[in-house]
Write a protein that binds this ligand. Structure first.
Ligand code: SF4
Length: 253
């Protein structure tokens, strides 16, 4: 066993996330910013009524949006956070991975998916030839850690919604991968289980969206890693189709 395998085994990530034979995937097609500095905008956002607050956030550029999240106290989650967890990666990425919210490691570091689940996500990305930050952006539905790793509540998600919405507008990803029930439910406005949402291409405001399991769930349910691998292959195939369609449209112009 290699040293890397031993380390992963010790971390409880064994057997290592590895390339398996690609499953036969049933391909199902689916159908200026505020110029103000973040310091000046934050009090304005805080004082605004919810609908006005949302409209202000949806006009923000990256620096203003990051500053607004850093200083946000719009929902009770701000009280116990150490750091806000804005998101990380290529701000023009083709791929956007969305999870539910920060855990303890993320709260301490201010970056999403840095604990065991994060390492598994990195391995999952590596398995399909991708790397965090390279054409990939990772974000969460809520930007502050829910205490005791509980699920974010609906009011908290509603409060935080404009931030993720604006991130998606600014990134303009070709494909969104929703990881876990919270992210899928939030983005698709459905109560359906992950199991029933997998294997299909959904749509989030015109952007294709694929649902898979959350890496933290996979750490607890190793048997479902194979299903997540199927989902990633499905997503990769769909991305290839999107890119091919884009190239063809470009040639026809
Ligand atoms: Fe603000 Fe979102 Fe943090 Fe709530 S979770 S305080 S809305 S940044």
């Amino acid at each position: 066993m290699s040293r890397r395998d031993l380390v992963l085994e010790e971390m409880g990530l064994g057997p290592r996330w590895r390339l398996r034979a690609r499953p036969d995937v049933d391909f199902v097609s689916a159908p200026e910013a505020l110029e103000s500095t973040s310091n000046a905008v934050a009090p304005m956002v805080a004082a605004a009524m919810p609908s006005a607050r949302r409209e202000i956030i949806l006009q923000m550029d990256w620096p203003t949006l990051k500053g607004a999240v850093e200083q946000c106290s719009a929902c009770p989650l701000h009280a116990k956070r150490n750091k806000t967890v804005f998101g990380v990666g290529d701000e023009r990425a083709s791929w956007l991975f969305v999870g539910e919210g920060p855990g303890a490691d993320e709260d301490a570091k201010g970056e999403p998916f840095v604990g065991q689940a994060g390492r598994l996500l990195d391995n999952m990305l590596a398995a399909i030839g991708m790397k965090r930050g390279e054409d990939v952006y990772i974000a969460n539905v809520v930007k502050c850690r829910p205490p005791n790793n509980r699920n974010p509540e609906s009011g908290e998600m509603s409060c935080c919604e404009p931030y993720l919405t604006r991130q998606i507008e600014l990134i303009r990803p070709k494909l969104i991968v929703a990881m876990g029930k919270i992210a899928a439910s939030h983005l698709l406005q459905t109560d359906a289980a992950v199991a029933s949402l997998r294997g299909r291409v959904h749509e989030y405001r015109g952007t294709p969206l694929i649902v898979t399991y959350h890496p933290a769930y996979l750490l607890r349910t190793l048997a479902d890693k194979a299903k997540a691998w199927t989902d990633l292959c499905f997503a990769q195939d769909h991305m290839a189709a999107i890119v091919a369609a884009g190239n063809q449209a470009h040639e026809e112009r």
